[in-house]
Design a protein. Structure first.
Ligand SMILES: C[S@@+](CC[C@H](N)C(=O)[O-])C[C@H]1O[C@@H](n2cnc3c(N)ncnc32)[C@H](O)[C@@H]1O
Length: 221
């Protein structure tokens, strides 16, 4: 995508998310009913890399990027990892997370209120970094730099997971409501390659209602 007026792109997203209710429905733009299918698909995809004989990485610590109120932290990451960190733009969502996670909140070590464009994971800290439904809020160049910083943030054998909407055409769709973009798969992959990432596995999420974007899960190193 051509770099938009970067400052306005981020300011508008910040404004948008400040107005969104701190609920699962808010996180999913009114699609709370797809959350179970989403989490089940993610669990199946992620488990093969962290459990069993063919596990590729460990399950000590994960990072949830653009974590919102912790929908993914609670249902995907906490059940599979010893500890989880959350990074999220809107501090109100992180405050809500403490309540939303309930008895599991003590498994979260760090609540980090930052935009991913300004965030640098601590080197070697994470076995898994999970990015879902947030990378359309970064410009292309910021996304490449963020991917590079994620690589540094991974522990030995650590893996990066990306789960994002993709367009079915070769055009980038712009959403002026939440100030984000939806990229075609090939552009997303090109940005991954620019960051020096390698795709280990790629899978389309099944079972979402018709009329939504395709959603692809990538496992990367
Ligand atoms: C569509 S919601 C998804 C939340 C969560 N990933 C989930 O699937 O439940 C997008 C989230 O990204 C956050 N966000 C938006 N721009 C961001 C940025 N630049 N850096 C970090 N988080 C951002 C929003 O505040 C919101 O919590």
């Amino acid at each position: 995508m051509a770099e938009p007026d970067t400052e306005k792109f981020y300011q508008d997203a910040d404004k948008y998310w400040k107005e969104v209710p701190a609920t699962v429905d808010g996180m999913l733009g009114g699609f709370a009913h797809i959350s179970n299918t989403d989490i089940n698909g993610s669990t199946k995809f992620l488990r093969q890399f962290i459990r069993g004989e063919n596990a590729k990485t460990k399950s000590h610590r994960a990072l949830d990027c653009g974590a919102g109120i912790g929908r993914i932290t609670k249902r995907l990451l906490i059940p599979l990892f010893d500890t989880v960190d959350m990074v999220e733009l809107n501090p109100d969502f992180l405050n809500k997370a403490r309540e939303f996670l309930g008895e599991h909140a003590d498994k979260v070590e760090q609540y980090i209120a930052k935009g991913l464009q300004d965030f640098t994971p601590e080197a070697g800290r994470y076995d898994v970094i999970w990015c879902q439904w947030v990378l359309g809020h970064l410009t292309d160049s910021h996304l490449v730099e963020f991917f590079k910083r994620c690589k540094v943030g991974l522990a030995p054998d650590g893996m990066l997971f990306v789960k994002e909407n993709v367009t079915s055409s070769d055009e980038v769709d712009k959403d002026d409501t939440d100030s984000s973009v939806t990229r075609p798969r090939d552009i997303l992959v090109k940005l991954m390659m620019e960051a020096g990432l390698k795709i280990i596995k790629e899978e389309k999420q099944k079972g979402f209602p018709k009329g939504l974007y395709d959603v692809i899960m990538f496992a990367l190193t």
